[in-house]
Design a protein around this ligand. Sequence first.
Ligand SMILES: [Zn+2]
Length: 467
Amino acid sequence: MHPLSDAHHNLVLREYELRSKHRFDKIESVLAQLAQGYGKANFVGWANQILLTELGFELPNKVLFEASIGEFNLGSLYSQCVFEQFLAFSREFFELDPLKGQQKQATTDLFLRMGYHAVGIAPCADGRLAHMVSYILRMPSHMVRRKAHAGALFDVSESVRNWVFTEHLRFREAIPNKASEPTRYLKIAAYHFSKADPLHLGCAAHASEDQQAAKAALERLAEFKQAIENRFGCGATVDTVLLGVNTDDDSLRVHVPNEYGMADLANYVDCHRLYHQTLNLTAEQARSAILDALRNGMNPSGYRDDFLSKQPGIMPVLAWLIEQNMAQIQYVHSYESGCYPDLGHAERFIGIGHGFEEIQLRNLTYTSFLDTLEEGIEDVEVGIKIFKKLNVSRMLPIPIVLRFDYDGRVPGSKARVIKKAQRIEKLLHLRFADLSEAGLLHTLCTLRDYTGFTAAERLDSQTQVYN
Ligand SMILES: [Zn+2]
């Protein structure tokens, strides 16, 4: 065991991962069982009994009845089951807090001590990064703002709007600290690559070119900082971090800052190597080895005290992120022999819209943040392409969960997101009409009041499976 990992915590995470994925992975075999009983007298009652026993829910009689008219329609039942499991999964996440993501105070305080009052993470939408916050970085999910985009190409204007909101909260309500305190906003972008098959299993949005993926993410970070500088004259109150994730084993490349305070593309700490180098040390020795690796990783011109003094929190925060990652590398070593068996895509469904805090598991979901389908269409197309290989090639439909969060305190907020969700759902079926008409694209609209810990609720008028 690595000295900076906790076997019990890893076990809790592992049990949650297995239990949650099993919910979805069991569906196909249960449906195969239903297909065998097709034609039975009282098929609907019998099928629901099996669904209840095996998957924990029943489907409306009408849905089962319609699926059993003529040829048994496995496809529509498959999506309905995925949707039911998603709703149950969401309930567990928000009501029982299995990953303790709601317990954010200690980490929030730690970040304040390191000089950061807020953290925004922009990973790639790829499902192999869906566990970025709770697993790879071991951060409380409710502390971090995560917005996933294909290729980690996050929307700079949207990020600036969120920054304004964050600063306004500090100014008006001193949450999490007063605006007069000299803390900063930390923006992290995460690209990814595969060491096992670099030419095919890297980022689809960058044609598996990891250099290109890293450069593009870094450019967005620089644009974000520049936007704050140009618009508000305080770009220096934003620190940026560039991380690369090896999706084979969750180890990070932690890019060190250059002499201009930006991540250095060429210089980084390879956490996989560091894991092995520090395996037999004590926790204190390992922590000091992490700091040494960061200093040694820096270009000599970058490692100058005058430059680093302008970003006092950056070395401690990078060291902390590396320490967190050591525990995750241990996780992959303990449970997956150091390398995942599903090196490529194995997502169970697509999620588009806002929110999706409950998605904290690797390869569970291809999640794309979007506000309008026009703006997010490229991300959705990448997802559809992935699912054509994963599902359509096996004559299974593509289940898409739409999700829009609203603010329960704001009059009309819910009504507006209902309209938005319905509009995007309709457009989605129009845009991918070939799949939709063939019964190979099904959608579920969900909403959530993000001001509390209630689960996603289904938007009833739109829950019928389109065929
Ligand atoms: Zn990607």
